[in-house]
Ligand binder design. Sequence first.
Ligand SMILES: *[C@@H]1O[C@H](CO)[C@@H](O)[C@H](O)[C@H]1NC(C)=O
Ligand SMILES: *[C@@H]1O[C@H](CO)[C@@H](O)[C@H](O)[C@H]1NC(C)=O
Length: 419
Amino acid sequence: MPSFRRSVLALALVVSQLNSAQAAFAPSVGKVSLQHATSAASSSAKYMSTEVDDSGKYTYGEKSREYRRTVYSHEDWVKHRSPNRFYRNISSITQSGVYKNLAKEVVATTSVATFVCLWNCIFGDYQDFNSVSHAGPLKDSIIPILALPLAPFTLASPSLGLLLTFRANTAYTRWDEARKNWGMNINHTRDLVRLGNAYYDRSAVSPERAEDDLKRLALCTWAFVRSMKRHLSPEWDDEEPFRQEMLEKLPKEQAEAIFAAAHRPNRALQDLSVAIENLPMNFIRKNEIHRAATIFEDNLGSSERLLTSPIPLFYSRHTARFLSFWLLLLPFALWEPLGGSWNHINMIPVTTVLSLFLFGIEELATQLEEPFTILPMQGFCDKIYNWCTEIVSFAPGDNGMPIYKNKGNPVSSAGTLIN
Ligand SMILES: *[C@@H]1O[C@H](CO)[C@@H](O)[C@H](O)[C@H]1NC(C)=O
Ligand SMILES: *[C@@H]1O[C@H](CO)[C@@H](O)[C@H](O)[C@H]1NC(C)=O
């Protein structure tokens, strides 16, 4: 049966084409050209040289998280809204990190589709290149063709949709909470140094000491957020830069004490509390400033909770299993409905595309679930450093505005509560 052999050959050809198309999605680390690879040249060199690490450190998916730490400016929003967005997003589809991570799953479902297609051509009917139907070589054996009705899949799909929606939604909520924790950090670091600077009783001490105290306050504030960033980042990602930066900016002894602590953000908060206590001012005002430190504790606690507690695993497992079975069995159900195409061949690309999109939802939810390695925490810390050191450089009267030293303040003129 030469025409049968030709058909099988053609099928094999199509399949090999498809598989090589998928090779483009595979995490073949060396080939991948990362977008926005501006800032992390050195770390990407490290990752280029290592295919897949035992602990999964330098796989494409893990490394690509560095490039997801987006910070938007007005120009980015203009681009974001631009009418070209669909065109750009579709043309960059082969560079999608989310899809690259799905290579194995998509190859698996596509292989099932290919297998079903071949099986059914052998044990059922097949068409030759002139679309003439023939009986397959083993049609008359007792082995049946592989096909399932589509109805059970249609019935199950709303539940699958709900599971995936919940998964993606919850993951986004976790990202949002982590972002808000950092938002509160940004808010209250600024607030803390503003209050420290405004309440500082400059009449009580020399200008040099005032400058020193306030600089220390800004530095200790920064040291806390930087230690919090380190605490929430993987060691291999942040330990070295953390040590370097701390030694650069802090007095050596203070930096070493933080490095040596079992819980570094706690140690940094202790330093900050001492720096607050050292400010010459009324204790009521000091307490007001200490309140910001309490908010830092809360942000830290909330972030630690997100880091240590995933969405309950039985939920994620059930979603992954439901989705995998649904997609692995789908090709059996696509045999009949896609019978209009030559040898039902359309079931193969349809399976590929459906698995890419559905596994994609699960994948992006999983990528979002641990938010800290995709949040631009380094950017937040740098900004906090710049803002805090700028705020403490302001001094009353430095813009020509007159200052009236506590005059007209009944409490201070009574002499009981002056700083
Ligand atoms: C895809 O669309 C989004 C949303 O409009 C846009 O921000 C992004 O820049 C686009 N992606 C590419 C690669 O252009
Ligand atoms: C800043 O603080 C206010 C009040 O605590 C809060 O409503 C706001 O969300 C915070 N900003 C960010 C970015 O979290």
